[in-house]
Ligand binder design. Sequence first.
Ligand code: 2HA
Ligand code: ZN
Length: 273
Amino acid sequence: MTKFIDSPYVKELSKITFRLYAHGWDERNGGNVSYRLTHEEIAPYEDTQTVLKNFPIAFDGKDLAGMYFLVTGTGRYFKNVIDFPERDAGLVRITEDGKSVDLLWGFNDGGRPTSEFPTHLMGHKTRLKHHANQRVIMHCHPTNLIAMTFTQKLDERRITRILWKMQTESLVVFPEGVGIIPWMVPGTTTIGEATAAKLESFSSVIWPQHGLFASGSSIDEAFGLIETIEKGAQIWSIVQQQGGKIEQTITDKNLNDLAKAFHVVPREGYLEV
Ligand code: 2HA
Ligand code: ZN
């Protein structure tokens, strides 16, 4: 029998949580990931076919009924998931009434899904409305980006333009820009609703003085988005450390030329030419 622990999905999750930790973006129990899987993907694994437990969820999951999510556990350390995936992650299915989730695999020491799970589910619901291929929500604490939320006005256009101009790659990876919500208490439905509202038109949302929430059609895509945003923030930080005086930059015209060449549409009103 092929065990779910040996599936490519658990391997991907294990590797990515370790990489997020190794980047310094998920200290202690920081960060959470949820990865939507399909019935066909689960079917070959016999050890995912029985309901082990049921957890209520603080979110009306009716629209996601029957969907499967591989999700990291509350309080778990991303540095450890790679060694203990069956303890620090779990596979759940949203019940038909949308009020709870059935645990099918994992959390084998009594754990449960991340405290941000309602926010993840609200995010999946929103992203799925617009892009049926969306599968991953990833939250982490990227250092330079968090630092910018102290020194910069929390203005989506302004922060997006800084990040677009810090490297040629940014605009191509996130032409829609980066959304920002006000500072809020994490793990609440309020932050979930605010984040999901931003995910209507952004694939990533900054949580000021906390971190970043990103979505993608795959683990690689969500991680790549986070890497690119954080790289822009890192270059910006280094530019400031070098005195902050800009001798030359990527102009709005350069960005427009780039958008045309790569067939991406920059968020309306964010470029001046
Ligand atoms: O999972 O990062 O936002 C721990 C967190 C909460
Ligand atoms: Zn966090």
